[in-house]
Design a protein around this ligand. Structure first.
Ligand code: NAP
Ligand code: 8YV
Length: 316
């Protein structure tokens, strides 16, 4: 796409550098000026035609209302729970995201967290580095192969997790609002009912109001003291306080967490626990997948301004 200073784009988050390069090469970019420079933002706002956002970005109704020329919000990520899609739709503003290109990456991380927390990988690394090995062997871990896996949200990424778990000989079951008759796995009508039947509960739903605190104290109690929780969805889906209490009390065995309620802030209680593995929202964070996401997020903007159909609009 030829560079065009005619088209002005606001970024709603600190975006990956190569994505920023593509934007700068094609558009006039206002990098988060709504957060950093009220005067510059007020001057540019009437001309801004696109927002480039990330999966974690907040694009509330109030921001949309300040942008009378806004035509499209392109999300660099599959999750769009921070975008007020209803407010955008009322104005006929398109919203796009990056589904599918990150399925493998997020599923790989989910399995990595299952293995890391159950096989105590991070503790084992610390054990070797701190010289404890010479004093005796590490406590034993929990076997993953052949264990029972529950998936909360059997969508694009959930299915990719299930495929990987099959290779580990795991039995797989799932919950979601609607059963997927074509999926070869047993369906449970609630997260609590599923949790009671599995050893590992992996959460991979969207965030937002519909899933807020879906994993609460009741679900954690059902998972039980030998059960592990892995959350690669959004921090909002898990009641973090209830999780801390369950981990401290040994109501569940452990947790692998890539996402948190108030990122990048992680509760001190979680940092203090040995039976959790923590990663900083890196589900899609490889060079290869971030490039594929950037290409798709940019291609949606390009298609919109060229008058072509969007590649991946968010579902109606
Ligand atoms: P998807 O294909 O839309 O799948 C979402 C699944 O969640 C569907 O099975 C859906 O089924 C289920 N679901 C939705 N609301 C639910 C509810 N209230 N209760 C139970 N199940 C519910 O989405 P995806 O592409 O797999 O992505 C899923 C999410 O992963 C994203 O939205 C994002 O939040 C998160 N994510 C995280 C990272 C990371 O870096 N950690 C990276 C990418 C994505 P029903 O509609 O039938 O309920
Ligand atoms: C990224 C994500 O962290 O796709 C999503 O929904 O949460 C992740 O892939 C994000 O969008 C990039 O900042």
């Amino acid at each position: 796409m030829p560079a065009s200073d005619d088209i002005e784009v606001l970024t709603a988050a600190r975006l990956w550098a190569p994505m920023m390069e593509s934007l700068h090469a094609a558009f006039r970019v206002h990098d988060r000026t709504h957060q950093s420079d009220a005067t510059a933002f007020a001057a540019a706002a009437p001309r801004i035609r696109a927002i480039a956002a990330s999966g974690e970005s907040k694009v509330p109704r109030e921001l949309i209302a300040q942008l009378p020329a806004l035509e499209i919000i392109s999300v660099f990520g599959v999750g769009y729970d921070g975008i007020d899609v209803a407010a955008a739709r009322e104005r006929g503003i398109a919203v796009t995201h990056t589904p599918n290109v990150l399925n493998d990456e997020v599923a790989d991380l989910a399995i990595a967290l299952v293995l890391a927390v159950s096989r105590r990988l991070i503790e084992a690394d610390r054990y070797v580095r701190s010289g404890q090995w010479s004093k005796g062997p590490m406590p034993l871990a929990r076997k993953v192969s052949g264990a029972r896996l529950g998936i909360v949200g059997l969508g694009r990424i959930g299915m990719a997790i299930a495929k990987r778990a099959e290779a580990f000989g795991m039995s797989i079951a799932y919950t979601s609002r609607t059963a997927r008759p074509q999926a070869p796995y047993p369906y449970f009508g609630s997260a609590a009912a599923l949790a009671a039947e599995v050893d590992f509960l992996v959460v991979i739903t969207p965030g937002g109001a519909g899933t807020r605190k879906l994993i609460d104290a009741k679900v954690l109690a059902a998972l039980g003291k030998k059960g592990y929780l892995v959350n690669v969805a959004r921090g909002s889906v898990v009641d973090e306080q209830a999780l801390v209490e369950a981990l401290q009390a040994g109501t569940i065995a452990g947790a692998g967490l890539d996402v948190f309620e108030n990122e990048p802030n992680v509760p001190a209680e979680l940092l203090a626990l040995d039976n959790v593995v923590l990663t900083p929202h890196v589900g899609s964070a490889t060079w290869q997948t971030r490039q594929a996401m950037a290409d798709l997020a940019f291609a949606n903007l390009e298609a919109h301004f060229a008058g072509r159909p969007l590649l991946s609009p968010v579902p109606a």
